[in-house]
Design a protein around this ligand. Structure first.
Ligand code: ZN
Length: 318
C-alpha cells in the first residue's frame, strides 16, 4: 500500500481534516470544532490526526506526514504560528510539538498557499508546472506555484496578490493601503461599490437588499443577469481590476493558468466571461497567449488536500 498524508485546514470555528494518497486524492475527511485555546488546539490536532487515520482504515506507519493550513502570520520554515487571524493562537511552535507527539514529519503554511497547492496537485491545475491561484471571497487571496513549487519569498508574503494597488485614491484596505485589488474585486469590495452607487442615488434593483443589509456578491451577479446597470458596472470594475493584476503576474511569471476559486467564483461564466475579456484587453498578447483562466475544482477541500501535500514532496510525485 502506498503512502498516505494527513492535511488539516484550520479555520476560525472548525478544522477540516483529510487523508490523501500520493496523487492528492482525498480518501477520507472529517470536521471538528476548533478550540479557541492554543494548547487545547494542539492536543485536538494530534488526537484528531490519529483518529482520522483509524477511520480511514490505515495504520499509523502508513502515514508519511501531516500538514496544516493556517490563517495568519507564520514562520513557515520554523513551523511556528506567530499570530492567527481569527483565533487567539499565538507564538506556538506547532511543528516541533506535533512532530514530537506524532512521530511523523509536520509542515505548516498559510491558508491561501495550501489551497493553491491542493488545486495544483489534484484540482484544476493538476499536471501544470506553473500556475497562480486566486481566491475571491471576503478578501482576495493568492498562491503562486512555479516549477511545481510554492513560492514563499523572503518573509513568506509571496502570493499576497490581494494587496496589489489598482486604484490611486481607492478605498482603505485592511492592510492600511488604499486601492488594493481586494477593495474592488472581493465579495466585500463589490458589495461596498453597490452600496456607494445606491447612496449616490443611482437606480438599481439591489436597493432593497442594500436597505435591508442582506446584499451579497450572489445578489449582484443575479441582478446583472437582469441587466441591472449598477450590478453590471460593479462587475466590470471588479473584473477589470483583477485582470490588471493578472496581466502584471503574466509578465512576471508567465503561468500556464490562473485558477480562480472562492465564493465569488460560484458565479461561473458571469464572472469568467468579463474577466477573460478584460484580461485579453490588459495583457501583452505574447504573455497572454495560451494562458488559461479556469475555475477551481476542489471547493472547500482544496485547503486540506494542499495541507496534506506540504509533506508529500508532491512535485516529485504523480
Ligand atoms: Zn491591501
Amino acid at each position: 500500500m502506498g503512502k498516505r498524508f494527513i492535511g488539516i485546514d484550520v479555520g476560525g470555528t472548525t478544522m477540516k481534516l483529510g487523508v490523501v494518497d500520493e496523487r492528492g486524492r482525498l480518501l477520507h475527511k472529517a470536521e471538528t470544532p476548533t478550540p479557541s485555546d492554543g494548547q487545547a488546539g494542539l492536543s485536538q490536532m494530534a488526537f484528531q490526526a490519529r483518529r482520522i487515520a483509524g477511520e480511514a482504515g490505515i495504520s499509523w506507519e502508513q502515514v508519511a506526514g501531516l500538514g496544516l493550513g493556517l490563517p495568519g502570520f507564520l514562520d513557515i520554515p520554523a513551523g511556528k504560528i506567530i499570530r492567527l487571524t481569527n483565533l487567539p493562537w499565538e507564538n506556538m511552535p506547532v511543528k516541533d510539538h506535533l512532530e514530537a507527539e506524532l512521530n511523523i514529519p509536520v509542515a505548516i503554511d498559510n491558508d491561501a498557499n495550501v489551497a493553491a497547492l491542493g488545486e495544483a496537485w489534484s484540482g484544476a491545475g493538476a499536471g501544470l508546472q506553473d500556475l497562480v491561484c486566486i481566491t475571491l471571497g471576503t478578501g482576495v487571496g493568492g498562491g503562486v506555484i512555479t516549477g511545481r513549487r510554492l513560492v514563499h519569498g523572503v518573509s513568506g508574503l509571496a502570493g499576497e496578490i490581494g494587496h496589489i494597488r489598482v486604484e490611486e485614491d481607492g478605498a482603505l484596505c485592511g492592510c492600511g493601503q488604499r486601492g488594493c485589488v481586494e477593495t474592488v474585486s472581493s465579495a466585500t469590495g463589490m458589495v461596498r461599490l453597490v452600496k456607494e452607487a445606491v447612496a449616490e442615488g443611482r437606480k438599481s434593483q439591489l436597493e432593497v437588499q442594500v436597505r435591508e443589509g442582506t446584499i451579497s456578491a450572489r445578489d449582484i451577479f443575479e441582478a446583472a443577469d437582469k441587466e441591472d446597470p449598477v450590478a453590471l458596472t460593479v462587475i466590470d470594475r471588479a473584473t477589470d481590476a483583477l485582470a490588471k493584476v493578472m496581466s502584471i503576474l503574466s509578465v512576471v511569471l508567465n503561468p500556464a493558468a490562473f485558477i480562480i476559486g472562492g465564493g465569488v467564483s460560484r458565479a461561473k461564466e458571469r464572472l469568467f466571461s468579463p474577466l477573460r475579456r478584460a484580461y485579453a484587453r490588459h495583457t501583452l498578447a505574447h504573455a497572454a497567449a495560451g494562458v488559461r483562466i479556469l475555475p477551481a475544482e476542489l471547493g472547500n477541500d482544496a485547503g486540506l488536500i494542499g495541507a496534506a501535500g506540504l509533506t508529500a514532496k508532491w512535485e516529485t510525485l504523480g
